[in-house]
Design a protein around this ligand. Structure first.
Ligand SMILES: C[S@@+](CC[C@H](N)C(=O)[O-])C[C@H]1O[C@@H](n2cnc3c(N)ncnc32)[C@H](O)[C@@H]1O
Length: 263
C-alpha cells in the first residue's frame, strides 16, 4: 500500500509538472483576489493545498511570517493583508522570487515583504526569528540521486526529502518564543517518512486543516483515481495535543474535523 501510494504520488507529480510547464503566464483567482502566475512557477490551481493552508494559517496582528517556497507569493501577501506587519519569502527558484515580488507589488505590500532566493533557511541572518514559519512543501519523495529536470520540478519533488529534513531540523531555531511552525502538503505517499523525520527532531504533527479531494493519474496506461488529503500540519512539541498524525499503523486515519475559512 505504501509503495502503491508512492508510485501514484510520483505519477501525479509528473503529470502536474507537465501541465504546469505548458501553461505559461496566467491569472488565478484565489481567496477573493487575482494573482499573476508566471511561467515556470508552481500553479496554486494544480492542487487545493495553497488555498487550504493560506486560509487556515494564523496571521498574528503585528507579527512576522517566514514563508519558505513562496511560489507566486499568495500566502505571504495574503498574510500581510490580514494582520502581519512584515514577512520574508524564500524560494530556491529565481522565477518564483520574481513572481512573489510582482504579486506583492500588485497587492500593495511590497515594502513590507522581503523576498530572497536560496534554499530553506540558508539565505537568512543567523538571528532572524519569526512568529509563524510555513512551507507548502514539494512533498513527493523521490530517490536521493534524482536529478531535477528544470527548476519547476523542485515544486513537486524533494529528492531524499532533503528540503523537508532541512526545514524540520532547522525550524525551531527560527521561531520567536511562542512562534509556530507549519507544513502544507498533499498526502500522496511518504507520510510515514515525514513522521519519522519529525520525531527525530522532537516534533509531532498536528492536523490544523484537512480537506480530501479525488485526484486522477495515469499509471501504466491506466486511469487511476484516489482520494488525496490536502493537509496543513503544525509542528508541535507537546505530544498531548489533539489530532496528532501517527504513522499509518497507528491511528493514521483519525483526525479532527476542520473547517477552513477562505475569505
Ligand atoms: C508546492 S510549491 C508551493 C508554492 C506556493 N507556496 C504555493 O503554495 O502556491 C513549493 C515551492 O517550494 C520551492 N522550493 C522547493 N525546494 C526548495 C528549497 N529547498 N528551498 C526553498 N524553496 C524551495 C519551489 O520552488 C516551490 O515554489
Amino acid at each position: 500500500m505504501e509503495l502503491a501510494l508512492g508510485v501514484l504520488g510520483e505519477a501525479i507529480g509528473r503529470q502536474s509538472l507537465a501541465a504546469s510547464r505548458t501553461a505559461g503566464e496566467r491569472m488565478v483567482v484565489l481567496l477573493g483576489r487575482t494573482w499573476v502566475v508566471q511561467a515556470d512557477v508552481y500553479s496554486p490551481a494544480c492542487s487545493p493545498s495553497t488555498e487550504i493552508s493560506t486560509a487556515a494559517l494564523p496571521y498574528p496582528a503585528g507579527g512576522r511570517l517566514l514563508e519558505i517556497g513562496s511560489g507566486c507569493g499568495i500566502t505571504a501577501v495574503h498574510g500581510l493583508l490580514h494582520g502581519l506587519a512584515a514577512a520574508v519569502a524564500v524560494d530556491v527558484s529565481p522565477a518564483a522570487v520574481a513572481n512573489t515580488r510582482l504579486n506583492a507589488e500588485v497587492h500593495g505590500v511590497a515594502e513590507r515583504l522581503t523576498v530572497v532566493c536560496g534554499s530553506v533557511f540558508e539565505p537568512l541572518d543567523a538571528d532572524d526569528r519569526f512568529d509563524v514559519v510555513f512551507w507548502n512543501a514539494p512533498f513527493i519523495e523521490v530517490a536521493d540521486d534524482h536529478v531535477h529536470d528544470g527548476v519547476l520540478s523542485t515544486s513537486y519533488f524533494d529528492p531524499g526529502l532533503r528540503g523537508m529534513r532541512a526545514f524540520v531540523s532547522g525550524v525551531r531555531s527560527r521561531l520567536t518564543s511562542g512562534g509556530r511552525a507549519f507544513l502544507g502538503l498533499d498526502d500522496i505517499g511518504g507520510r510515514a517518512a515525514l513522521c519519522d523525520v519529525a520525531a527525530e527532531h522532537g516534533w509531532r504533527l498536528r492536523v490544523a486543516a484537512c480537506e480530501t479531494a479525488p485526484r486522477r493519474a495515469v499509471l501504466a496506461g491506466m486511469a487511476v483515481e484516489t482520494d488525496v488529503d490536502h493537509l496543513l500540519l503544525e509542528l508541535v512539541v507537546d505530544d498531548s495535543a489533539a489530532g496528532l498524525v501517527e504513522p499509518r499503523s497507528g491511528g493514521w486515519d483519525e483526525r479532527p474535523a476542520c473547517s477552513v475559512d477562505r475569505r
